[in-house]
Design a protein around this ligand. Sequence first.
Ligand code: GLU
Length: 558
Amino acid sequence: MDYKKLAEIVFPNIYKDIAYLEEKFPERQLKEGAKVTRFAPSPTGYMHIGGLYVSIICERISKQSGGVFYLRIEDTDKKRQVEGGIDEIISALAKFDIKFDEGPFDDGSSEVYKPYCQSQRKEIYQICAKELMKKGLAYPCFCTAEELAQTRAEQEENKLDMGYYGRFAKCRELSLEQVEKLIDEGKPFVVRLKSQGDKEQSAVLFDQIKGKIEMPQNIMDIVILKSDGIPTYHFAHAVDDHFMRTNLVVRGDEWLSSFPVHEELFRSLGFKLPKYAHIAPIMKIDAETGGKRKISKRKDPEASVTYYAEMGYPKESVIEYLLNIANSAFEEWRIKSPEKPYDEYPFKVKNIPTSGALFDMVKLDDVSREVVSKKTDEQCAEEITAWAEQYNQKLYNFINSKPQEFVNSIALWKRAGKKVRKDVAKWSELTTMFDYIYTDFDGEIKYEFFDEFDRQICIDVLKEYKNSYIPDADANGWFENVKQITDKLGLCSNMKEYKKNPENYKGSVADVSCVIRVAVTGKKNSPDLYTIIGVIGSDEMNRRIENALKYLKDDSNF
Ligand code: GLU
């Protein structure tokens, strides 16, 4: 068979060759060991948390090694695309500070290896497919869907390997004349690889995470170009990762079993095989079955990265948590270096878990509480306001109705003397956990403690407190006043004495403080009460005390 002639018949309009592409997309001039990685999503507009996980891994590896991290859009499957899907992905990742060195952007930053959308690389794939055909390693296949179904049925019945190979690869046998005739007749065709593989031989992968894996070589004549000339994932992977000069392919391990196909494609095309790191998917414990399963777009709201933005997790929390999953040593490093930015952590590809790491929302909250506790008041004010503007209009209006002092003290829940409280993991918790700070605190208030203590004493304490409140008192002065009220009402202001002889008193200064705290916040425990009062102001405090008194005096509440 004259393969050159065959290639001309199938690709009459392709004049360029691989040598041209090699020159147009030269090897990158990078320092020794620099890694070129990529994130290669389909533009479905949906950003799965697993995509962010792979992105942060790729980004860390390339940045740390002085390499390149680029975005390639795999938009060959028109059915899976949505309008604006690309922008959605870029902006979802930008929210987590994942920045690409190159990609389909109009900032002129990436001239050499473009285009970065597969739909614009049709000619490149055709040049490569033509070259394979010239070498006798690819051929056109005119089999119809019915014919393929027949083959499948026969293979199934005889329990044979499924697929287009060996004696089932009917179009391998077509003569030049037959091909020419079928093309002249306008018969649709795909282009297939003419596999040279041998099932008895191994394709050996040295995976950077999973180690050495041996699989039988590929023997399938897989489709490389579909009937519209668009490549399959396999072919586009080989062509793009070669000509974009990726040297470390980091991707989900669902692609592991396709490695023998990829290995053959690289070999047939005369390309050097890149290194691979196959990432196990992140899993969760299913609430119903108690078993491990993948985080599912359909079942789990936390599958989408937008969930984390909506909930108001600081971006560093999500990233740090993902780094925790990707490298378990991150946690220890973080304890040893609490102040360092996460990108100083020396990330190691070989330490990525080989199978299903668990994504645990409880752990994410723990990580996030640490992250939030380290933020300055200014950072909190800025982030909370920005989050509220987008996701909680009520809180946003509330913040805007307050004086600047409130905004400056917005993170007051954190203050506990010299210590920092670590209550908050995400901004959406503020209005529920600290409704007495971040809402108008109206509507029905659930008062703790009032039904555990002497109701009349509660009433007396609040009346006394309201009358004796000194607006300008400092924290000590304020507490002295509370002690005086305690003594005046016959309770004990000296805790040591009270602990010795509790039966001599109706309660202590701790109970008196608690009554005031509950009137102001509804809760028995809160951040520093004096600070809260300072922030809400004395008018608001008085309003709340009046409300609490009304509640206490109403028998129907008890
Ligand atoms: N578009 C492929 C996917 O979303 C990319 C896989 C790869 O990174 O090679 O699964």
